[in-house]
Every structure is written in structure tokens, then in C-alpha cells.
Design a protein around this ligand. Sequence first.
Ligand code: NAI
Ligand code: MG
Length: 356
Amino acid sequence: MKIAILPGDGIGPEIVAEAVKVLKALALPLEMETAPVGGAAYEAAGHPLPEATLKLAQQADAVLFGAVGDWKYDTLPRPLRPEQAILGLRKALGLFANFRPAICYPQLTHASSLKPELVAGLDILIIRELTGDIYFGQPRGRRSAPDGPFAGAEEAFDTMRYSRPEIERIARVAFEAARQRRRKVTSVDKANVLETFQFWKDVVTEVHRDYPDVELEHMYVDNAAMQLVKAPKKFDVVVTGNMFGDILSDEAAMLTGSIGMLPSASLNERGQGLYEPSHGSAPDIAGKGVANPLATILSAAMMLRFSLRQPEAAARIEAAVQKVLADGLRTADIAGEGCTVVGTAAMGDAVVRALG
Ligand code: NAI
Ligand code: MG
């Protein structure tokens, strides 16, 4: 099992080092190779996604990615900016399914935007389609309005579209993921208004015939936004399009309250994936040894589950993280009363010890 390790910029190298430490402690036959990405790669090789880095990622079963970006690159031309590395990797690897779990550990309910009783034990998974929808649909542009009450005025337009195979593959991913969880999928749409999402709903319903053991419910996006803050624990897997998923996944992230705890994964049709924390490179705390490595460590657990087919090793890491939190260890971003504040490396060491 080959893993491409791309630490990136800012706190990226610090947090990825801890995840690598945890992976090594599992004593699995993992082959890990590191390559520069983002600003670090621009400094080293003149490009945020050098050919050698891309090749390594393509040949690996999975990519463990830290974070990229720093204000100092803001003046570079767009194709050379660090963020282009993620877009380039998404495209080259054909990543179409973005997994964003929102888990609220019992010890961290104080960090949530919601009341503790609403989020204690929360464990939901938002799956966002990444390649289609109004973000990429053609045609788009600006023109003189051809009709309507403002005919002749300047207007802008985008095109919302989804094809059957695009919806089918993301629906299958959602049903498969639900089988490893509580066997419930909520498909979020706006079928009452949008033809694209009536089609989405129809296709998801058809695919569901292959998964009779999984419960399927349909929900309008406005209601889903409301239910996520009213009763988030009613969800298990939420699957939706690119734009609704963008918004709902950020909303769900806030239920847990701590950006330093949130992993993410992006998968392609071959099961290869890119795994990274949901946060950025945090230049404000880089190099200080205080960053929370748990989002990256939990991303490594997702990698074991979804790309490397090692669910037991994944569960071991997740249990170790829970144990460390239960023991009262915290990095500064999640500190609360009566707990012990530790740095990045000490947190990684504690997770390794808790693996048992
Ligand atoms: P950010 O997520 O890097 O930081 C936001 C705040 O959260 C900061 O106060 C930071 O110190 C804190 N924070 C983030 N991760 C943390 C951790 N693991 N432990 C403790 N505290 C943590 O977002 P920001 O500041 O908007 O962006 C900084 C840079 O990161 C920018 O260059 C941006 O483009 C880039 N970025 C990269 C992403 C990626 O690589 N996928 C995603 C988001 C932003
Ligand atoms: Mg977003």
C-alpha cells in the first residue's frame, strides 16, 4: 500500500509529521514517500504542483495532504499560487466525491455553536459531489439580457447541470458509505424548483433499488439547512450536489466547533483518495509547535478505511483519539477547563501511546 505524503506549507509539515508517526506505529505494510506541494514546491521547483509530485500522487493508493498557502504568495500569478496544487490534484486524480464527517466528541461539546445536548455524540457524514453542478456547467458568462422585464440590460448567468452517470456514481458512494455506518442516506435537493435536482432525486431513487438495506430519505436543501441546527443527530450520511454540499458541509463543520478536529477525503472511481484536514495552513501559528494534529490524524484514519481497506486500523486510530481526549489532553485550540494543554508533537505521541 503506497501513500504519497504531501505536507505543504505553514503548519502542514508539523501536523503531517504526527499523522505519519501514528501510521508508522500501526505496523502495517505501508510505503510512504514524501514530496513538496504548494508554496514549498514553488520555492523548491518553481511550481506548486511539480511533475514529480503529481506522478507520485497518481501512482499511490492514497495521498495524505497537509495544507497549502501563505499570504506571501498572494502576489504570484494565479497558476503559480499554492491553492492551484489542490485543484490540479483534484483534476488529475478525477476526485469527485468529497467526504466531510462532522463528529462531536463528548469532551468537546463546549466548542459547538449548538447546545451540548444537541451535539453530544454527533457523527454525521456529508458527501458532496465535486465535479458538476452550477460551479462548472456551461454555458456561463455575461451578456445583454435576451428577454424578460430587464431585456437589453447587462446580465450574468451560470448553468446548473448534472448527468445521469455523475449522479449515479455519487449515489453509489453514499449508499456504500452508509453500509459501513447506520445505513441511512439523506439526499438533499431542491426538486420542487429545479429540474436538475428533480433529475437528481429520480436517479438517486433508482440507484437505491440496489441498496434495499439502506434507508433513503429526500430533503429540500432549505429544510436540511434548518434540520442541521435543529436536530443534527437525525442524519447519518447526507449526499448532495456541489453547491449545496459546499454550504452544508461548512454549516456542519461549525456544529463540532473546532476546525482543528475535522478530517476530509476526496475519492475517485478507483477508490484512490486525497485525505486532508478541513482547515488551512494557519500561517499565524506555523512553526510554533501548537497546531492541533488531530484533523490530520483522523484524515489518515479515513484513508485507511476508504482507500486502503483497513477498517480495523482506522477504528484503532479513532478510538485512540477518543481516549486521548477522554484523558484530558488538549491542544490550545480546543482547550477547556481542567484539561492539560499540550503541543503538536506531544499530542501525536499521546495518540501513538493510546493505540495500545
Ligand atoms: P486556516 O484554516 O488556515 O486558519 C483559520 C484559523 O484557524 C487560524 O486562526 C488558525 O490558526 C486556526 N487553525 C487552523 N488549523 C488549526 C489547527 N490544526 N490547530 C489549531 N488552530 C488551527 O484558514 P485561513 O487563515 O483562512 O487561511 C490560511 C491559509 O491557508 C491561506 O493561505 C489559505 O489559502 C490556506 N488554505 C488552505 C487550504 C488547504 O490547503 N486545503 C484550505 C483553507 C485555506
Ligand atoms: Mg466552502
